[in-house]
Design a protein. Structure first.
Length: 290
């Protein structure tokens, strides 16, 4: 698995991952079956195109890509729709773009994460301040309100206990590959369509650990309650025979969460990253044309 992937191929993969995730029925999150939280599918489609354009560039640093994607998205749609998606997809895209890349996507990604620097952290801090994600608050260590004094991976290490996206940076995206990509391939292998497989990936994340976005914005108790409900729903879905019954059960949970203004945003972001990682793995596995 050598060589780099063309920018346009990375751009298309990012956009496809984002759009497929939007087609998935994800309880509590924005999708084509039901919008919510003051955001529309159109907002996310516009942000997907912007993120794909910025993150696929070979001539800018990882931190610059993240800031550019978030800044343009906020300007275009007027709110934060994709900070988590951008933070997760940027290292994956960088790994695939690497001109000296050898090995699997995970091996390339590990090198990218270990080469992050303080300049990357500065750009990312600015992107986070611009997006103003819900429940961010202040931190005793490496607060994003100030300029960083450590590299980006070290800054993520300080936040990993309260942010599952930060945790990916310090654990080589273990959740993305070990849980998300694995569930995606299992679902597709079982005959599910891509949007259905994406919904199953989301449900697996939602049931595996409390969503850190909800945990920060509401409470650990609320996040754990939703996690338990997701486990119950995932088990119930396996007993339902028809697609209509499954959709009705998912929509009922979706409506309940949105009525309570609960949005499992981290689970959705991890879903996009999982779809992108799987797509990039598949691309890297193809013979390189000459």
């Amino acid at each position: 698995m050598g060589g780099s992937i063309p920018e346009e191929t990375i751009r298309d993969a990012i956009q496809q991952a984002c759009l497929t995730e939007l087609e998935a029925l994800k309880p509590g999150n924005v999708h084509v079956h039901a919008e919510g939280h003051g955001m529309t599918v159109g907002h996310f489609r516009a942000s997907a195109a912007i993120a794909a354009e910025h993150l696929s560039r070979r001539d800018t640093s990882l931190g610059e890509k993240i800031l550019g994607a978030v800044e343009c998205s906020v300007v275009e749609v007027g709110c934060n729709t994709n900070l988590g998606i951008v933070l997760l997809c940027a290292p994956l895209a960088e790994a695939a773009l690497a001109a000296e890349g050898e090995g699997t996507l995970r091996e390339r990604l590990s090198r990218v994460l270990r080469n992050l620097n303080i300049e990357d952290a500065s750009y990312v801090y600015e992107a986070i301040r611009m997006a103003s994600p819900g429940g961010l608050g202040n931190s005793d260590e490496h607060d994003v309100a100030h300029e960083p004094t450590v590299d980006l991976r070290q800054a993520m290490a300080a936040a990993e206990a309260r942010d599952r996206i930060a945790w990916q940076y310090t654990h080589d995206f273990e959740d993305v590959f070990g849980l998300g990509v694995a569930r995606w391939r299992e679902a597709l292998g079982g005959g599910e369509r891509e949007e259905e497989a994406a919904a199953l990936v989301y449900m697996r994340f939602l049931g595996r650990f409390p969503d850190s976005h909800m945990e920060r914005k509401y409470s650990a108790t609320v996040a754990e309650e939703v996690r338990g409900r997701a486990v119950e729903l995932e088990a119930r879905l396996a007993t339902l025979a028809s697609a209509e019954e499954k959709k009705a059960a998912m929509l009922a949970f979706d409506s309940e969460l949105k009525d309570r203004k609960l949005n499992p945003g981290t689970s959705a972001d991890l879903t996009v990253a999982s779809l992108l990682a799987a797509k990039l793995e598949d691309i890297l596995a193809r013979p390189i044309s000459t």
